[in-house]
Design a protein around this ligand. Structure first.
Ligand SMILES: O=P(O)(O)OC[C@H]1O[C@](O)(COP(=O)(O)O)[C@@H](O)[C@@H]1O
Ligand SMILES: [Mg+2]
Ligand SMILES: [Mg+2]
Length: 313
């Protein structure tokens, strides 16, 4: 039995999405046991980008790699692997993933997730991923939170599935997620304020001034520290997210990785009626040049993302 209700899914994509869902369900069971199982948040090394790897980062990566190999995927690119892995020479798809997003929240029982992006594979490994983000054929995230859920797009809207604990199947909960055009909340790591550029500072100050300033409404502030949780909140009730470039060494392009964090989230957001840019340029018009490259990322309610672009003008 597939791990997702197959009714709406394009048949060609079903084996890949099914493998991702079955693995997501298995990861969610491990996450749910928390400290009753192995020490999921223990440091176990560093990935190629110099980020500390936690036990669950590595475990989730191994689980997704094995499932995608089994599902006939040609190439697998992961945050936790320096190079693209060749899985099946005759496979049709190339999948990029952040197997475990929000690792700083593993030990504190706050929502973490998996992000994935699917392309039609090309001949070569790198060229299968280093191409315009608009060429993604599917993208999604699985959130391990109070519910385990999946937001998924294949270019015909963004659909929401919830893992039903009674059946073990991701069941369709919303066939057309709609990101509200106006926002009441914004998200940015304010501890980096002193490193921000002038447009980012101006946007945050406008929000903080709210009705007292020129904004016409008060804004609330949220920061979870898990891109998946932040994206899900914004897709559900609107808002804006910014992880901009800043003046810290190594943050010239922000923190988030283009291929397996920024591009798939941009696809999901735009398919739900929101906007996703690097501050100015739509993410879906951009092409990654390196597998682990970072991009400044701004997304959410259209009115707010347009305002941020204007402030950069
Ligand atoms: O710690 P910071 O700088 O606020 O960064 C938080 C961001 O980093 C991330 O945790 C990066 O993802 P990983 O946990 O996959 O490395 C995002 O989920 C989150 O938005
Ligand atoms: Mg991440
Ligand atoms: Mg990660």
């Amino acid at each position: 039995m597939p791990a997702i209700d197959p009714a709406r899914l394009p048949a060609d994509l079903l084996p890949v999405i099914d493998a991702l869902c079955a693995t997501g369900a298995a990861v969610s069971r491990i996450v749910a046991r928390g400290p009753l199982g192995q020490a999921l948040g223990a440091g176990v090394g560093e990935n190629s980008d110099g980020d500390q790897q936690k036990a669950l980062d590595v475990l989730a990566d191994e689980m997704f790699e094995a499932a995608l190999r089994q599902a006939g995927v040609k190439y697998y690119a992961s945050e936790e692997q320096e190079e693209v892995l060749s899985l099946n020479a005759s496979g049709r798809y190339a999948v990029a993933a952040d197997p475990l997003d929000g690792s700083s929240n593993i030990d504190v029982n706050v929502t973490i997730g998996t992000i994935f992006s699917v392309f039609e594979a090309k001949e070569g490994a790198n060229e299968s991923f280093l191409r315009p983000a608009s060429e993604q054929v599917a993208a999604g995230y699985i959130a391990y939170g109070p519910q385990c859920l999946l937001a998924l797009t294949w270019g015909e809207g963004t659909l929401l599935y919830v893992l039903d604990p009674e059946t073990g199947v991701f069941a369709l909960a919303d066939e057309k997620m709609a990101l509200p055009k106006a926002a009441k909340e914004f998200s940015i790591n304010s501890s980096n304020r002193r490193h921000w550029t002038a447009p980012v500072r101006a946007y945050v100050e406008e929000n903080e001034a709210g009705k007292t300033g020129g904004k016409g409404k008060d804004m609330n502030f949220r920061w979870v520290g898990s891109l998946v949780a932040e994206t899900h909140r914004i897709l559900t009730r609107g808002g804006t997210f910014l992880y901009p470039s800043d003046a810290r060494p190594g943050y010239e392009n922000g923190r988030l990785r283009m291929v397996y964090e920024v591009a798939p989230m941009a696809f999901l957001v735009e398919q739900a009626g929101g906007l996703a840019t690097d501050g100015v340029t739509p993410i879906l018009s951009l092409t990654a040049e390196q597998l682990h490259e970072r991009r400044p990322f701004v997304f959410g309610s259209a009115e707010e993302v347009e305002r941020i672009t204007a402030l950069h003008g």
